[in-house]
Design a binder for this molecule. Structure first.
Ligand code: MOS
Length: 701
């Protein structure tokens, strides 16, 4: 850093010692032995349990609530509804305006909260609450007839539309044109641990032991909604069983847990969202429809492209999936245009799900590229190589050592791509058509400001590093320890890392694949300041805190990760069943800080992409707006038997522009492009081009 007085010091590069090694997961033993306490397991006495009662109409109002039968249940202590719940101070965010009034904005909205002595009694009580709803005409179907509008911006703050050159003229003049529409369905985040909160209000302090990706964001968002000062809210999340974006922003259940706690001062209330309730209350990926037009020379060199994307949002709160943003920077084309439109419906509020935007958008774009490869007779790997841009087509800036071609070439080698017949339906093994496909992946290098870390000397030469970040199961607790140890120039076993509590310095969300990059930069800055201020033999109690400046060189550079995904699909000639026998991802993500946890992240992303490719699909009943696929029996996700030969590799590299660790994020890129690779492999196996996910058997009959 320049000087220790800088308000936002930018740390020097951190020398890798522990970084890059296979340090074991620090919380592994605690997790597998059950010693790790998740949100509803937080030890407490005098505990009550809350259960959510939800609406059965998609739009309307609560006419009346009869709590008499519920209150007659011996275990039930209270029933909160919009007439009896503690008042909220700010109801502008309609998703968080729980029990604020009688309005119903979607099926599955919270209309009452039952508080009881046991979880079972709360659940029975919820069934006894009589809710009378007045239904109004609703609109829940998203299709090509839905009316749409242009949002002001798309997630997370990106431009709605972009245009460069004259793409329409370019498309009409192009010798080869691919003009196709691709759709992706509603997909629902299903972390292993459902959303849950243990809440306590002592009259001054509200404590939430929560399952969240961002303790500080929960506090910052909920405090004004509840009419409390931020200092009156403490949020902890020591262990979290996954989130995939659904725990990235606070949702209605956290407000419900807080309301329940405020209603019973001095008691502790546990609220566990059921798996079924998650399908309406905790966010999901909007369905998308993408029209992709690629105009090219007969050699497959792009002359113009358009990606026009439509997604669906909720009438009570807007979320605009940034489906077309990857098309802005992915390939060289002199003329490019992208647009986003949203259809507003009476449905639950969509939100983040792993690689929002890039996942559905790159599905469409990379299947379209495969179609262009077929049209031009150019090998799909070679086609992508031919369209490599020198500079970021969108900004004109150089990339941070863009290595997509290296990923494609290395993947092709590992996958024995050169043995692939170019024609489809060329290989029948027993009753299975066999084919292979490829797709590119990309994810932006994101970095979030304001992250702050504190280093303190403990007795016996130990050092404590504290940052209010959350390890949602990714390995952050382990990787941040490696970063901290290297930045402090001590072995990892001399460092105690404190995470997951708003009592620790400010940290941003475990999301946007930006956690390790953003928190790690803050830890490096605090460590550097600590060493400058306290030397090599700090007195116990000596401490330094730093809020880091931005290391990532975004001025004049375009920072992205890249990858190439290869899939081998087997499609049953009589039943249409698809199996993915081989799946390989090769990534360029900067320095890999821990090969064990990184591989796990990338494999997890590949599995989630495979799952989206083959199975995941939410269905709504048009009559009621009910998500009928609201459990894991009907909402299929890839299981162990679906995952066959699965490999993730990465290039050996260090990114000198993005972070002092040399790394970029890895949380999301594994899902990007994966469904496209699978879809392209099914085309190669069968000659059938499927343009809508998932690749269910009926497509191949
Ligand atoms: Mo991720 S969808 O940014 O938590």
């Amino acid at each position: 850093m320049s000087t220790s007085q800088d308000e936002r010091p930018v740390p020097q590069p951190v020398r890798a010692r522990a970084m890059g090694t296979h340090l074991d997961r620090q919380d592994g033993v605690a997790k597998v032995t059950g010693a790790a306490t998740y949100a509803v397991e937080h030890p407490a006495t005098d505990v009550l349990h809350a259960w959510l009662v939800t609406s059965t109409t998609a739009r309307g109002r609560v006419a009346s609530i009869d709590a008499g039968h519920a209150l007659a249940h011996p275990g039930v202590e209270q029933v909160l509804d919009h007439t009896s719940a503690p008042d909220l101070a700010d109801t502008e965010d309609r998703e968080l305006a729980v029990l604020a009034d009688d309005r119903i904005g979607f099926r599955g909205q919270i209309v009452a909260i039952v508080i009881a002595t046991t979880s079972e009694a709360a659940r029975e009580g919820a069934a006894l609450v009589g809710v009378t709803e007045e239904a109004e005409a609703h609109e829940v179907v998203f299709d090509e007839h839905s009316s749409t509008y242009a949002p002001e911006e798309v997630n997370a703050g990106a431009e709605t539309d972009t245009v460069d050159g004259d793409p329409d003229a370019g498309l009409s003049a192009a010798p080869v044109l691919v003009d196709r529409t691709y759709t992706t369905p509603f997909e629902h985040n299903n972390p292993m641990e459902p959303h849950a909160t243990t809440a306590h209000w002592d009259g001054r302090l509200l404590t939430l032991h929560d399952s969240t990706q961002a303790v500080h964001a929960v506090r910052a968002t909920l405090a004004p909604v509840l009419g409390l000062e931020p200092e009156q809210v403490r949020v902890t999340a020591p262990y979290v069983g996954g989130g995939f974006g659904s725990k990235g922003l606070p949702h209605a259940p956290q407000v419900a847990a807080a309301l329940a706690a405020l209603a019973v001062p001095g008691r502790t209330v546990r609220l566990a969202v059921t798996r079924q309730q998650m399908f309406a209350l905790t966010g999901y990926r909007s369905a998308t429809r993408s029209r992709v037009r690629l105009g090219a020379t007969t050699d497959g060199v792009l002359l113009a492209l358009r990606h026009d994307a439509v997604s669906q949002t909720s009438r009570i709160k807007e979320f605009a999936e940034q489906t077309a943003t990857a098309a802005r920077m992915m390939y060289a084309a002199p003329a490019r245009a992208t647009t986003h439109r949203v259809a507003e419906l009476d449905v639950p509020v969509p939100s983040w799900m792993r690689a929002p935007g890039e996942m559905p958008g790159m599905y469409a774009h990379e299947v379209a590229m495969d179609e262009l490869a077929v049209e031009t007779g150019v090998d799909p790997v070679e086609l992508r190589v031919r369209n490599e841009p020198e500079l970021d087509p969108e900004t004109g800036n150089p990339f941070n050592d863009r290595r997509l071609v290296d990923c494609l070439r290395r993947g092709a080698e590992l996958f024995s791509w050169e043995q692939r017949p170019s024609a489809p339906q060329a290989r029948l093994e027993g009753e299975w058509w066999v084919g292979t496909g490829v797709a590119s992946a990309t994810y932006p290098m994101l970095w979030m400001p304001d992250n702050t870390a504190r280093v303190r000397a403990l007795d016996g030469g130990r050092l404590e590093v504290a940052i209010g970040a959350v390890d949602i199961g990714t390995g952050a607790r382990t990787v941040l320890l490696q970063i901290a140890a290297d930045a402090l120039d001590v072995p990892t076993d001399r460092v105690d890392l404190l995470l997951g509590d708003t009592d620790q310095p400010f940290a941003t969300v475990a999301g946007g694949s930006a956690g390790t990059s953003s928190w790690g930069t803050a830890i490096a800055a605090a460590a550097e300041r600590f060493r400058a201020e306290h030397g090599d033999e700090p007195a116990p109690g000596a401490a330094s805190t730093a809020t880091s400046g931005q290391y990532a060189d975004t001025e004049g550079h375009s920072l992205h990760s890249f990858g190439a995904v290869f899939a081998e699909a087997h499609v049953h000639r009589f039943t249409g069943e698809v199996r993915v026998e081989r799946l390989l991802g090769v990534y360029s993500v900067g320095r890999v800080l821990n090969p064990t946890t990184a591989r796990s992240q990338l494999l997890g992303g590949l599995v989630m992409g495979l799952s989206a490719g083959l199975f995941e699909e939410g269905w709504r009943d048009p009559r009621s707006g009910h998500v009928v696929t609201q459990d894991l029996a009907t909402y299929h996700v890839a299981a162990n038997a679906d995952v066959r030969d699965l490999r993730a590799e990465w290039l050996d590299e260090t990114d000198h522009l993005s972070t002092p660790m040399g790394s970029r994020g890895i949380g999301e890129i594994g899902i990007v492009g994966t469904a496209a690779a699978v879809a392209n492999a099914t085309w190669h196996a069968t000659g059938r081009r499927v343009r809508s996910l998932p690749l269910t058997p009926d497509h191949f009959l």
